[in-house]
Design a binder for this molecule. Sequence first.
Ligand code: 5GP
Ligand code: ZN
Length: 141
Amino acid sequence: MYSCLFCQIVAKEIPSYPIAETERAIAFMDIFPAAPGHALVIPRRHSADALEAASEDLTACMTLAASVGRAAIAGLGADGVTFQSLARPAAGQTVFHSHIHVIPRHDGDQFAVPWPSMPGDVTEIEAQAERLRNAFSNAEF
Ligand code: 5GP
Ligand code: ZN
């Protein structure tokens, strides 16, 4: 018995609406869809989020997510796809087994990106870049 909801789906202990699977990852439908055809891609091996997942699981998930996206365009008539992955509560994550949302998009649909498209302050942008470069120079991520 697993306490993690998505581990239970991997183990087929609870039902899902499966779409596709590979050695490392599975794809199934989100049952609270943001749009028709909204799917989730998860690694079979548990990790809390993309920050914690092994690189081979990240690779497998993004590869399968792209396949599901192409299937949404070919099979559902989508015009595009939003790929989304939230990490930690501050980002809005609610299920703590890493996953990628694959949301079919249609020209003119009402699905909105969660930030206004406004130019940033270039001094602040460069300051943030400098802090990130410093983080990279001080450790491996
Ligand atoms: P998050 O908010 O962590 O990025 O995404 C978790 C997703 O899991 C949500 O979109 C939610 O609708 C979906 N979800 C929650 N419970 C279940 C469930 O029991 N089965 C499936 N297939 N999806 C679920
Ligand atoms: Zn899990």
